[in-house]
Design a protein around this ligand. Structure first.
Ligand SMILES: N[C@@H](CCC(=O)N[C@@H](CS)C(=O)NCC(=O)O)C(=O)O
Length: 204
């Protein structure tokens, strides 16, 4: 059994999507960020950065317990443990890695910056617009890629799709205009949203 400490943010969703899609048994332990539950001594012992998501796999490699933070590390850990969502053809792996990192390290943090700027006590409109334009720019590139393939990389659903969908779902809910007018992204988003595991994962 795996314990998942998370909240309904894009990083929290990424970890939960990974567990659900990989079919790994887990228990969700909700963490209330507004109440500072991520800064308690118990939580900091698991992740000194005081951030969700964190998993504790009581049956990790060699039967030992593993504590892991970083949503993309959790995603890759689950994929490796279950043998799912890694490309069958090793020649495709570099493209999947590139797509995965764009989804995890471009989309989510830039959206996080946009969200923080937009919700600041005294928002600075040009800064808010700058980050929103950056999010749009990233998704315009995804829209062009998804015009040519069913999933992020070819016809096979991989860890890259799971990562990108976590960011996309959050952006679509919180700032829909950042991703509107992109028909191929919308088509891919509908395919992902129809997956029962994704639907379970997004219910925080
Ligand atoms: N790179 C990390 C980022 C984790 C992160 O930023 N978590 C946020 C929620 S999305 C958090 O816990 N924020 C609370 C805080 O930093 O105090 C990951 O991918 O997991």
């Amino acid at each position: 059994m795996i314990d998942l400490y998370a909240a309904g943010t894009s990083n929290g969703m990424r970890a939960r999507i990974a567990l659900e899609e990989c079919g790994l048994p887990y228990k969700l332990i909700p963490v209330d960020l507004a109440k500072g539950e991520n800064k308690t001594p118990q939580f900091l012992a698991m992740n000194p950065n005081g951030q969700i998501p964190v998993i504790v796999d009581h049956e990790g490699p060699g039967g030992l317990s593993v504590t892991l933070s970083q949503s993309t590390a959790i995603l890759l850990y689950c994929a490796e443990k279950s043998g799912k969502f890694m490309p069958k053809d090793p020649a495709v792996w570099p493209a999947v890695l590139q797509a995965l990192m764009s989804a995890s390290t471009d989309v989510t943090p830039i959206f996080g910056a946009y969200f923080a700027a937009a919700r600041a006590k005294e928002p600075h409109p040009p800064t808010v617009q700058l980050f929103k334009d950056r999010v749009r720019g990233l998704f315009q590139v995804w829209d062009a890629a998804l015009a040519k393939s069913k999933y992020c990389v070819g016809d096979e659903l991989t860890v890259a799709d799971l990562s990108l969908y976590a960011g996309y779902a959050r952006i679509k809910a919180a700032a829909p205009d950042a991703v509107e007018g992109m028909p191929n992204v919308a088509r891919w988003g509908d395919v992902m949203a129809a997956r029962p595991a994704i639907q379970r994962a997004l219910k925080f």
